[in-house]
Ligand binder design. Structure first.
Ligand code: 5GP
Length: 177
C-alpha cells in the first residue's frame, strides 16, 4: 500500500493530468511560435506542472523561478503576498508566461501580474493547472487552464499540505479535511 492511501484520495488521476498538460503544451507551442518565450514558475507549488508543461512545449524557451509567500502553512489564505525569491533576469521585452498551480482567491496572481507588468515585458499570460472559481476574490484571466475544481483542498502534483504530498503524481484530496 502506498504511503498516502489512508490520507489522500484521487480527484484527477495521473493519466488525465498528463493528457491535459500535453494539450496545453501543444496550444502554447502554436501560440508562441517565433516568439521569445519565458516561463516564470511560481515556487514551490507550480514546479511539477511547470517541468511537465515545459517538456510539452516544442519551442526554445527560458525558465525563471519566482518565490511568493501567501500561505502560512495552513489551508486559508491571509491575503498578504510577498516576493521571497525574484527572477534572475530582466523581464523587459520578453513574452512572459506565468505558471501557477492553482488560482484560488486570485489574490496571489493579481499581485504577481501587477508586479510583472511594471517590468515592461512584451506580454504576460497565465497558465494555471487548477482554478477554484467559487473562491475568487480578484478577477484573473487564465489563458491556459488545466482543470476547474470545486472548493476542496487539493494536494499532489506539486501542491502540498504542510509541505508534504508534492510528489504524488496525481491531484488528490485530503481525507477528512
Ligand atoms: P490565491 O492567492 O489564489 O488564494 O492562492 C493561490 C495559492 O494558494 C496557490 O498558489 C497555492 O499555493 C495555495 N492554494 C490555494 N488553494 C490550494 C489548495 O487547494 N491546495 C493547496 N495545496 N494549495 C492551495
Amino acid at each position: 500500500m502506498a504511503f498516502y492511501e489512508n490520507e489522500v484520495g484521487t480527484l484527477i488521476d495521473e493519466a488525465k493530468v498528463q493528457a491535459r498538460v500535453r494539450d496545453l503544451g501543444a496550444e502554447i507551442t502554436r501560440d508562441y511560435r517565433g516568439k521569445d518565450l519565458t516561463l516564470v514558475c511560481v515556487l514551490k507549488g507550480s514546479t511539477v506542472f511547470a517541468m511537465d508543461l515545459a517538456r510539452a512545449i516544442d519551442l526554445p524557451l527560458t525558465m525563471e523561478f519566482l518565490g511568493v509567500s501567501s500561505y502560512q502553512g495552513g489551508t486559508e489564505t491571509t491575503g498578504e503576498v510577498r516576493i521571497t525569491t525574484d527572477v534572475s533576469t530582466p523581464m523587459a521585452g520578453k513574452h512572459v508566461l506565468v505558471i501557477e498551480d492553482i488560482i484560488d482567491t486570485g489574490l496571489t496572481m493579481s499581485f504577481l501580474l501587477e508586479n510583472l507588468r511594471a517590468r515592461h515585458p512584451a506580454s504576460v499570460k497565465v497558465a494555471s493547472l487548477l482554478e477554484k472559481p467559487s473562491r475568487a476574490r480578484a478577477k484573473v484571466a487564465i489563458d491556459y487552464k488545466g482543470f476547474v475544481i470545486d472548493d476542496v483542498f487539493v494536494v499532489g502534483y506539486g501542491l502540498d499540505y504542510a509541505e508534504k504530498y508534492r510528489n504524488l503524481p496525481f491531484i488528490g484530496v485530503m481525507k477528512g479535511k
